[in-house]
Design a protein around this ligand. Structure first.
Ligand code: A2P
Length: 348
């Protein structure tokens, strides 16, 4: 089946779209043809796919006939508009935006955690938020073993999470500051260079940010367990690639730090990098460009019963976005699920 597939990358000129093309190529995704789409602004531009360059095509409602599978990373507005067109044309969508994540018709999938949720897909599958993905990969084995009751997470998120424009803003501001110029804030409400912003996405009625509430709601949906309580504080830091998270979990049964280290070192997608005596702990600058979710600083929380602390780092553009989406595509292929059962499901 795979060899006959035509695959599209939508948002191919963006930070995640480019990584999706690289990941499809590097993992030898078995596609007969790969096509690249972006807005009219980029039509005719060239984007690398292995040794080749693909010509970027303008995304329009009618482009999906003949495309079997599309991985989208073009933002929520474009996804809301174009994913239903794709599904109606029989093209399965794996979408990286937040547009479909909490829609009951759309599975929200991390292949190491809940691949079985793909079985009931209706044409649109959502890729979770980058911060949620790396957290659930590390927490699922602990949840399965001793049942997690509560999670307290604080994030330190890279500017690439905002896309190419976030990367350019940090570069520009660093250059301006070193050249004695007052930096301009175009993307973030305050300067991000040499600063920390406790503000990602918009503020909601409850004074949390949307990013924080994504971590709360998406974790419950992925674990399929409303009894898991999550509270989050999300901060943007002046790091280009790699999100870090300080995670505290309270579990129903006790798990020692040593047991957690052994369990996680045997878990799919996790790499335990944890030796405080040798200054070994995960760092975004060290692990960007790598696939696994890195876990270190594992220790027992001495202030509560059955508590663990850990430090989780992953490349947000890779495992947090492009890699996870491509792994979903691989899982769809493996399970023979690259088809849309009911093309009218997302009819507008
Ligand atoms: P373009 O470069 O033509 O604007 P990033 O996440 O790095 O900001 O990238 C966003 C990606 O989504 C880019 O490839 C961008 O294309 C694409 N994009 C944004 N809006 C649309 C749209 N309405 N239609 C198609 N592609 C879009």
């Amino acid at each position: 089946m795979g060899e006959r597939l035509t695959v599209a990358v939508v948002g191919a000129t963006g930070a995640v779209g480019r990584e999706m093309l690289k990941t499809l190529h590097d993992r030898k995704f078995p596609a007969a043809r790969v096509r690249a789409f972006a807005s009219a602004r980029s039509a005719g531009a060239r984007v690398p796919f292995g040794e080749e360059n693909l010509t970027v095509e303008e995304l329009k409602e009618d482009v999906f006939a003949g495309i079997d599978l599309a991985v989208f990373s073009a933002g929520g507005a474009a996804s809301l508009k174009f994913s239903p067109c794709a599904a109606q044309a029989g093209c399965v969508v794996v979408d990286n935006s937040a547009a479909w994540r909490m829609d009951d018709r759309c599975p929200l999938v991390v292949p190491e955690v809940n691949p079985h949720h793909l079985e009931k897909h209706q044409g649109i599958i959502a890729n979770p938020n980058c911060s949620t993905i790396q957290m659930v990969v590390a927490l699922k084995p602990i949840h399965d073993a001793v049942k997690i009751r509560r999670v307290v997470v604080s994030t330190y998120q890279a500017v690439s999470g905002t896309g190419q424009k976030g990367i350019e803003e940090l570069e520009r501001q660093v250059r301006d500051l070193f050249n004695g110029r007052e930096p301009e804030n175009k993307v973030y409400p305050f300067r991000i260079a040499f600063n920390v912003l406790p503000h990602i996405d918009v503020f909601l009625e409850n004074d949390y940010t949307k990013e924080e509430m994504k971590m709360v709601r998406e974790t419950v949906k992925i674990f399929d367990d409303p009894s898991v309580k999550v509270t989050a504080t999300c901060a943007r830091v002046p790091v280009f690639y790699g999100h870090s998270e300080s995670v505290n979990v309270q579990t129903e049964k006790k798990m020692s730090a040593k047991e957690a280290r052994i369990l996680l070192s045997r878990s799919p997608g996790v790499f335990v990098y944890d030796n405080p005596r040798e200054n070994m702990y995960p760092l975004p600058a060290m692990h960007s460009g790598e696939d696994p979710v890195f876990v270190g600083r594992i220790r027992e929380d001495e202030s509560i019963e059955n508590g663990l602390n850990m430090w989780i780092v992953a490349d947000n553009v890779r495992k947090g976005a492009a890699l996870n989406a491509v792994q979903i595509a691989e899982e769809l292929l493996k399970r023979d699920l690259v088809r849309v059962r009911d093309r009218k499901m997302f009819a507008q």
